[in-house]
Design a protein around this ligand. Structure first.
Ligand code: FB9
Length: 469
């Protein structure tokens, strides 16, 4: 029955008794939530016939059919199905004499009679019929439906379910007019953080420039890969506690990942730091124990170093690769409106023969053009692991200002040659942050309006598609 038919029946002050239909319950709940009807549900265990049971009702039970045949002609036991013969004997329809069937006169088909009366049979009879799979048990629901206090004949569209719309005659319905100007109800759903959307945009830029993404899953790194292998002096201020988060009790389970330092490579790095090789004065100090101190990585260049070291083992003197990474780094610095103790570093590097500062300027120009920054200029700078190094500045048309947009350089030979690279192999690289462009793009003055527990969830929900163009 559909809602219209239910209403029409109730209109005649009838109480409707219905068997459960799969969508009936939903309609009744809707009608009763409007107090248009009230209903009660009664559940009871019932028996129903199986297909085999229905077949017997149309004809007769197999044992009764055998009984009838034995009255028409002589039948030997060897001709019979054992189970059917057994049932016929059990029901006293047939006796056996010298392996021949002897029918007993005037017998009825008991099974057929019992199947005609399954909900009044004795328990043991139905147990037998269940065992022979002639009947099965079901839970039968009966709905008793009454008029509710708000019973009325107009049925608005809200009560119509799409399931039964096809069999409701629309002329019976008083539907209100469609309001095509109304706004839809915004459904609650999850939203990607705008920072992650911007990260995806930077990732797409690198990918369309032919860069491969590095696996930057080691938030904890040894000082060796974060500092020493980059020819960063062990006495450099950035290695102080006030700049770097050092990890206590080094031998936690991550130890085996970060504290595996190839011994021969460590020796070559040591000789570079001591100025004993690689055509450098070095820093005259090197304490191996410093290498094994785990830190929260201060830059993703730690991962770049791992990738470069692995590449150096490829014995390929005309190597050419382009790698990028965008992931969290950690600095033990005082936090303020634009700095937190962690931020996402974006890093790109190209390794190839005889790369030089012109290649670096070219690729930076191309990269920042894709970020929407068409006017850039370079300023000499210093990094412990790149020489020359350049700060990158760009003119932001909307803000009408020049701003620092990153840092770059060519990795020093004292970093590359201990890895095993020949002097013709050069690496150009650059870095910037993700939060700084995000703050500009989303108009946030305070980084806490972009990151952290104080972020306005509506900002996250309402920031739509993010792109540089
Ligand atoms: O992101 C930065 N600025 C920036 C970048 C893009 C941008 O786009 C907007 C759409 C218009 C706007 C601004 N900076 C780098 C520059 C400054 O914000 C700077 O004050 C803060 N820097 C961070 C470091 O702070 C401790 C940003 C971060 C940074 C700096 C250097 C590197 C990475 C991140 C690097 C590197 C590097 C160098 C050589 C070889 C390999 C990596």
């Amino acid at each position: 029955m559909n809602p219209i038919e239910i209403i029409n029946e109730l209109k005649k002050n009838k109480i409707i008794i219905l068997k459960e239909e799969k969508d009936l319950h939903g309609i009744l709940l809707k009608l009763s939530s409007k107090e248009m009807i009230k209903f009660e549900i009664k559940e009871e265990n019932k028996y129903i016939l199986t297909k085999e049971g229905e077949e017997i009702l149309k004809t007769n039970s197999p044992e009764y059919i055998l009984y009838c045949k034995s009255k028409e002609r002589e039948i030997k036991t060897i001709e019979c199905n054992k189970q059917i013969l057994g049932n016929a004997i059990k029901q006293n329809l047939i006796k056996l004499n010298n392996n021949k069937l002897i029918p007993i006169i005037n017998k009825e088909d008991i099974i057929k009679e019992e199947l005609n009366n399954i909900n009044n049979n004795k328990k043991e009879i139905n147990e037998l019929l269940l065992k022979r799979k002639l009947i099965k048990k079901i839970k039968e629901k009966t709905y008793k439906i009454f008029k509710g206090i708000n019973f009325n004949l107009s049925l608005n569209s809200e009560l119509i379910t799409n399931i039964n719309l096809q069999n409701i005659f629309l002329k019976d319905l008083s539907l209100k007019k469609y309001n095509f100007n109304t706004k839809g109800v915004l459904k609650q759903f999850g939203s990607l953080h705008p920072l992650l959307k911007l990260k995806e945009e930077f990732k797409n830029i690198f990918i369309e420039m032919g860069f491969q993404e590095m696996n930057t899953n080691l938030f904890i790194e040894s000082s060796f890969w974060n500092f020493d292998a980059l020819f960063q002096p062990q006495l450099h201020p950035s290695r102080e506690m006030h700049d770097t988060f050092f990890i206590k009790n080094n031998n936690e389970n991550y130890g085996e990942k970060t504290l595996i330092i190839p011994n021969n490579y460590l020796k070559r790095v040591e000789s570079a730091h001591l100025g004993n090789n690689y055509n450098t004065k070095g820093y005259k100090t090197f304490n191996k124990e410093e290498c094994y101190k785990n830190v929260l990585r201060t830059h993703t260049t730690a991962t770049s170093t791992r990738y470069l070291y692995n590449l150096s083992k490829e014995n390929n003197n005309s190597i050419y690769r382009k790698y990028f990474s965008i992931d969290k780094v950690f600095r033990n610095e005082s936090v303020d409106a634009t700095h937190l103790a962690e931020f996402h570093q974006i890093e790109g590097l190209v390794i190839g023969e005889y790369l030089n500062i012109s290649h670096l300027k070219g690729i930076l120009t191309e990269f920042f053009k894709k970020v929407g920054l068409n006017k850039i200029k370079f300023k000499p700078a210093y990094n412990p692991y790149t020489e020359p190094s350049m700060e990158v500045f760009a003119f932001h048309e909307e803000l009408n200002i020049w701003m620092e947009v990153g840092n770059s350089g060519i990795f020093r030979p004292e970093m590359l040659e201990p890895m095993g690279f020949e002097s013709n192999i050069k690496v150009i690289a650059w870095g910037l942050s993700l939060e700084r462009p995000a703050m500009i793009k989303f108009g946030k003055k305070n980084i806490r309006d972009l990151m952290g527990h104080k972020v306005d969830l509506n900002f996250i929900k309402e920031t739509g598609f993010v792109s540089f163009i």
